[in-house]
Design a protein around this ligand. Structure first.
Ligand code: C5P
Length: 293
């Protein structure tokens, strides 16, 4: 087998709490994560001698030309980390990324591509590493990569690497909407150190709602502390989108990660479709998705 196609699903934060700061500068997090059907497609191809590839090269091609195609791309970083761990330093690889998940949006697009590379290379090179081992390799690549290796519904703690699988989110429709501004994750993490948070999510309540399989109770408990940290003008845009999602029939609405993507959780498909259509008139990056177990 020389080529493999892997799906890289987006993630949403049903909750996101920041508990403090670790001595290494990273923050202590507590988050309930959920995979959704919106996904990038990652194609991995082993390059052989004679295809113009020097050993130990990882070439990245993508439909978004502004993304890095060298070792700065998280997908390439993941491949290098995998080869180093597996003792395959001579390997040469081409990675094709068909991006659908918006970039720098709080939905783990880059981390999920990296995790898909790890899962895919494990098959392509028949290395037989466990998911836990792949998640461990992923830790070097980014804080969200271990979760993306696992996927589904999970509690992520510590820097994001301590993972506990949870009862699955009951089937539902999720409308994702990314406003047109970009957010810097390191800047928001820096800003949160200097802000008094008005509230925290009820994570235990969220876990209980998931265990009970109660979608309405899940929706009521969705909350992300970073919504408090955005500059006022941007908070206004987030609130406006949340308002439109709730007016359209969402049971709850929340920002994901450090944003700016906002999502609404719907029990009813038609309401979700109609709301996605309406939001798309203003926000090009609007997607109708479902949860992925
Ligand atoms: O690990 P990753 O490279 O994805 O993190 C990006 C940035 O987000 C870090 O440089 C750091 O500023 C911030 N971060 C943090 N605490 C975490 C995860 C990320 O402060 N647990």
């Amino acid at each position: 087998m020389n080529e493999l196609v892997v799906q890289a699903p987006a993630k949403l934060n049903l909750t996101l709490d920041v508990l403090g700061r670790q001595p290494n500068g990273y923050h202590e997090l507590k988050m309930v994560m959920q995979s959704v059907t919106l996904a990038d497609t990652v194609t991995l191809r082993r390059l052989e001698a004679g295809e113009g590839a020097a050993s130990n090269t990882v070439q990245v091609r993508t439909n978004l030309t502004y993304l890095p195609s060298d070792g700065n791309n998280l997908a390439a970083k993941a491949a290098h980390a995998f080869f180093a761990y597996a003792g395959l330093e001579g390997a040469a690889l081409e990675i094709q990324l068909k991006k659908r998940i918006p970039v720098c949006a709080g939905t783990a697009g880059g981390s999920s591509d990296a995790a898909a590379v790890l899962r895919g290379l494990n098959e392509l090179y028949r290395t037989g590493f466990s998911r836990e081992m792949l998640a461990k390799i992923g830790e070097q690549v980014g804080s969200d990569v271990p979760y993306c290796v696992l996927g589904g519904t999970a509690l992520a703690e510590g820097r994001g690497e301590k993972l506990t699988p949870l009862y699955p989110l009951p089937d539902c429709w999720l409308v994702l909407c990314k406003p047109g501004f970009a957010v810097s994750t390191p800047e928001l993490f820096h800003a949160i150190d200097n802000v008094r948070l008005r509230r925290h999510p009820d994570t235990d309540g969220m876990l209980a709602a998931l265990e009970a399989g109660n979608l309405r109770e899940v929706a009521l408990r969705m909350y992300n502390v970073f919504e408090d940290v955005l500059p006022t003008g941007r908070q206004g845009v987030i609130q406006e989108i949340k308002g439109a999602l709730l007016d359209g029939g969402a049971l709850g609405a929340c920002m994901s990660g450090t944003g700016p993507t906002v999502f609404g959780l719907f029990a009813d498909r038609e309401q979700a479709e109609a709301t996605a259509r309406r939001l798309k008139e203003t926000y090009r990056d609007t997607f109708l998705t479902q949860n992925l177990q």
